[in-house]
Write a protein that binds this ligand. Sequence first.
Ligand SMILES: *[C@@H]1O[C@H](CO)[C@@H](O)[C@H](O)[C@H]1NC(C)=O
Ligand SMILES: *[C@@H]1O[C@H](CO)[C@@H](O)[C@H](O)[C@H]1NC(C)=O
Ligand SMILES: *[C@@H]1O[C@H](CO)[C@@H](O)[C@H](O)[C@H]1NC(C)=O
Length: 468
Amino acid sequence: MDLKSLFTFFLLLMPSFCSSHQYLMRINNILNTNRKILPTKQQLPNIDDNNNVTSYAVIFDAGSSGSRVHVFHFDQNLNLLHIGSDIEFYKKIEPGLSAYADNPEEAANSLIPLIDEAQNIVPQEFQPNTPLRLGATAGLRLLGVDTAERILQAVRDMFRTRSNFDVESDAVTVIDGSQEGSYMWVALNYLLGKLGKEYSETVAAVDLGGASVQMVYAVSKYTALNAPKPLDGQDPYIKNVILKGQEYNLYVHSYLRYGSDAARGEILNITHNSANPCVLAGFDGTYNYSGNEYKAYAPSSGSSFEKCRETVREALKLEAPCPYKNKECTFGGIWSGGGGSGQKNLYVATSFFYLASETGIADPNKPNSKAVPMDYKVAAKKACATKYEDAASIYHLVTTDRLPYVCMDLTYQYTLLVEGFRINPLQEITVTQQIEYEDAVVDASWPLGSAIEALSSLPTFERLMYFI
Ligand SMILES: *[C@@H]1O[C@H](CO)[C@@H](O)[C@H](O)[C@H]1NC(C)=O
Ligand SMILES: *[C@@H]1O[C@H](CO)[C@@H](O)[C@H](O)[C@H]1NC(C)=O
Ligand SMILES: *[C@@H]1O[C@H](CO)[C@@H](O)[C@H](O)[C@H]1NC(C)=O
């Protein structure tokens, strides 16, 4: 009999006047006590110079273009504290882990400059109680399970030998789109001070990455209970999470192949090797994505917003039947989640932010800006009427490799919001990269959500956040 079943057995023998709540408290206490006496791990809280409980978290974001480390510092109430003059420490290196497919050691070693920096920031005596996590996103997933696992094992080993941080057995993993989406929702609502409030006061997030796009928002208990079962192989639509004592039913879906880079491939594939009305007049080249090559050139009449929009509609599979009775779908036969008050305040991020900042929809010098989806349409019409040879002088913030696709990308983002997700074209949205938090700005991205969850596994922060 293992320890846990022994405890459960023991609990069954306990007097029945204990309420179930007390039972749970006891299980926790017993399991915690058990953890504390394990010789290898110190589980006392970190106490700072002011006698306050404090904790750090070190989160690696291993993306396709590069690896980043975020170091966060929290007080006991889970408020962020300063690290130097900033709220988080952040550093990025290139290339990403997936560039070292044949050499796991080298992949792991590429992270050494980042882990060394993190160790310089977290006081030495706090390091054993500081959770370290690494989440690998799309890039590593594409290498296949075996290659990815070899790289992750090498990284795990390096973290354990090179640092004193707390590296749990599940700390270094590939994270999927819906996990990424729910962590991002947590980060955003945390920074906006919404956690612990009614679901209807929270905000929704749409994260447009390179490979996939995630929609996530809180729905009512009723909606959650009546959620359709996803089709085979898909994640469940609803995740339940407790945050600051409040239970949230998160609707989350990650649409693979509908991220900004992947969508270009889908859109170019609609026209197969012939002219594509989304490509700027005068451009003639190829677009490579995920091992596929697509011809990319404009019709002799040049690009056209209306014709491009038709092509995008087709790529989005807006006409696909909705497989759920009496439910609404977005596109490609995916349940919409039903909308509701958790979705009315919408934050759009990542590629939505980049493109908006580069094309004048949003102020590139501000961490976030208000806009309406219609702004993307106005910008798309202008871009689609532009010739490739003139584009560089009009869009000087857009890099050369993306210039031929400025009409395509704007038309895609507009159509995705308005026809895919059915957002009213005149509804105010927030185009966001960062959120103001006290006197600083903080990235509204998944690592902060992951940090909050990681801290919840420490005894002093127990149960501030957990998925059920
Ligand atoms: C930390 O300690 C200082 C000094 O004792 C106190 O003023 C402050 O409120 C404490 N902060 C927290 C979050 O407990
Ligand atoms: C392109 O579209 C065809 C069908 O129209 C499909 O069979 C093929 O898999 C697509 N190719 C890519 C790379 O998406
Ligand atoms: C796409 O891949 C082909 C073959 O590998 C290469 O010749 C071409 O230059 C690539 N195109 C771009 C835009 O990177």
